[in-house]
Design a protein around this ligand. Structure first.
Ligand code: SAH
Length: 368
């Protein structure tokens, strides 16, 4: 999206975008860019298409459409992940594997997904298929492992639905453990195929570092980690002095990962709940919970009234809002500042997605 700009110009573009939306709340700190803004994506996805002559292409959807644009490598993506995708594509004809056609709903392979732990070099290959029967699966697994012995796990995910979602509900582990692990801020995390994990680990350490700095934990605080995914922020907070952490997340696989992750990092003062974050906050407010710090990291759509009203009711000393969408962040900050004594104290943009128009922001709020 932004490769027509030099990297410093991209950062300036994002700085202005965040300032335009957020400077009415507080001064915006200078965006933190990446030292080497290439091949940063640890998760790469590909869609497939077979043309009239039977030639298979793999790549990404053209923006705003479902037209597959063939791509063999990309400057934002992990190099090994790109190579694995091309290798899988080249193996398809010899295994008589067809590609899924979205118009007819017929065909076998819908997508592939590769996730790599940059710190551990564990690699997961997920083959998303339209039907469960995978005739030559053992030979296929052998063939791809022969080319890429560094792959540590292979999963078949079955998605039979007419849907835009990449992953379906059922999966089978074909090789390895069915998950990978990675290390961030000195903590170890297990990541399942369907769990959310930040896609740029280098900048994620910068982002989480800021979030922890803003929380300024002294020890013994009660901390909520909402929209917690696999528990990264809460676990790092617990390692950095939080007395007691409670996490909430909607995705059951991610919650399971979070529980394992707390144990793997020798933390006993953490609990995780599978719940809608707004629902969880309402219950916590009704039970008169008094957290000291609330971390919130919602998806692009931002948070909701239920969440924000309960947050106001519980009135923690600090709220640390991590956002991947400055528009919904501005909307939520406007609601909070108009309906409560909270005021933004610090706004820090971080460039998690070089060469794209996306920008991540972390905001510290406290009561006036
Ligand atoms: N804090 C985590 C995850 C952030 S992504 C990290 O840094 O890795 C946002 C997360 O919110 C995803 O894991 C998604 O599954 C979850 N989510 C989306 N809607 C939700 C809701 N209504 N309630 C709770 N969690 C939700």
């Amino acid at each position: 999206q932004l490769q027509n700009l030099s990297y410093p110009e991209q950062l300036e573009f994002k700085q202005k975008k965040v300032e335009k939306l957020l400077k009415r709340f507080c001064t915006v700190e200078k965006i933190i860019g990446m030292k080497t803004p290439y091949h940063y994506r640890n998760k790469v996805q590909a869609a497939f298409y077979t043309d009239k002559k039977g030639k298979i292409i793999s790549g990404v959807y053209q923006s705003g459409s479902h037209h597959v644009v063939g791509i063999d490598s990309c400057q934002t993506e992990d190099v090994i992940a790109d190579k694995i995708i091309v290798a899988v594509r080249k193996l398809l004809p010899s295994f008589r594997m067809t590609t899924y056609n979205e118009d007819t709903g017929k065909g076998f392979l819908r997508h592939i997904l590769v996730k790599r732990g940059f710190a551990t070099n564990q690699i997961m290959l997920v083959l998303v298929t339209g039907t469960p029967v995978f005739p030559s699966k053992n030979n296929f697994v052998k063939a791809i492992l022969k080319q890429f012995p560094e792959i540590t796990t292979i999963v078949q995910n079955i998605n039979p639905y007419r849907t835009n979602l990449v992953l379906g509900d059922n999966q089978k582990v074909l090789y390895g453990k069915g998950y990978i692990e990675d290390i961030l801020c000195g903590c170890r995390f297990r990541i399942s195929p369907k769990s959310f994990y930040q896609i740029n680990p280098v900048q994620t350490e910068v982002l989480y570092g800021k979030a922890i700095e803003f929380a300024n934990l002294k020890g013994n605080e009660t901390v909520l980690d909402t929209y917690c995914g696999i528990g990264t922020i809460g676990i790092i907070a617990a390692k950095n002095g939080a007395g007691n952490v409670i996490g909430a997340e909607l995705n059951g696989d991610a919650v399971r990962d979070a529980i394992v992750n707390a144990r793997a990092n020798n933390l006993k003062n953490i609990r995780f709940y599978k719940a809608d974050a707004g629902e969880f906050m309402r219950e916590a407010a009704d039970e008169d919970e008094k957290p000291d710090v609330v971390f919130m990291d919602p998806p692009r759509a931002g948070s909701d009234r239920k969440f924000l009203d309960s947050l106001i009711k519980m009135s923690p000393k600090k709220v640390v809002y991590v956002s991947c969408n400055p528009e919904t962040l501005a909307r939520d900050l406007a609601y909070l500042t108009q309906n409560s004594p909270y005021k933004a104290q610090k706004i820090q943009p971080v460039d998690m997605f070089p060469h794209t128009a996306h920008v991540e922001t972390v905001v510290l709020m406290s009561r006036k």
